[in-house]
Design a protein around this ligand. Sequence first.
Ligand code: NAD
Length: 262
Amino acid sequence: MLKAKTALVTGSTSGIGLGIAKALARQGANIILNGFGDSEGPLKEVQDIISSTGSGARVGYHGADMGKAADIEAMFDYATQTFGQVDILVNNAGIQHVANVQDFPVERWDAIIAINLTSAFHTSRLALPPMQKAGWGRIINIASVHGLVGSAGKSAYVAAKHGIVGLTKVTALENAASGITCNAICPGWVLTPLVQKQVDAKAAQMGVSNEEAKKLLLGEKEPSMQFTTPEELGELAVFFCSPAANNVRGVAWNMDGGWVAQ
Ligand code: NAD
């Protein structure tokens, strides 16, 4: 379905981003991975999918720090030189820090706003002109239930995620009469390294096991008592890229086990 398209997924060496990159690879898209840590493992996982589907797509990697505008520009230069242009942009890179407002480290606030919100402005401003020329594009912003509701201790994250839902709506509206759509995905709990840290903190704070801490975390917010998976989120991203989603514009779609329905 996505043969000859190129997808750039930020923060895709782990978790949700890697799940989305793999789902788009299964549809035949070229994939550009980004993120910190080991890149060889994720590159191999995507290459194996490409080989098994026989799509002939390619996979590349750029290690841009999404907190730095110059790095993001360098990544787009790489994408243009190596793949022609970015047709599908998935703004996924994100970090978390938990502390009450009066105790929130200023440096953590600045980093969360830069990586979770401002990076999506930079990638979008760079991706849009070639998409507009081509008359087709997909921008998928990975927000969160925290783009729709708040939780104590997560001021910077909630502010950034509400911000990215706003950016999604404006980007969708500015391109509404074209083949470019922009939508946000709002996951509830997904058991990735980002959330495992919060499970570990809960286990230590309550003096309970890892499994009990997971149940406590889910029980506070998520009526389904199930984690959403990167694979499920990947399939939602594939839907947003499909012709059936041509007129889905500016939505913030939660996949959250009922969190926001309460
Ligand atoms: P994760 O920690 O597993 O992955 C985060 C990815 O971002 C990694 O590849 C990491 O290397 C990369 N990254 C971090 N800082 C970066 C930087 N400065 N530059 C480039 N890459 C950077 O986390 P995840 O849970 O998969 O989160 C992915 C996105 O999903 C985030 O935006 C997060 O806010 C959002 N989200 C996660 C959950 C959840 O429950 N896990 C829920 C809702 C939303």
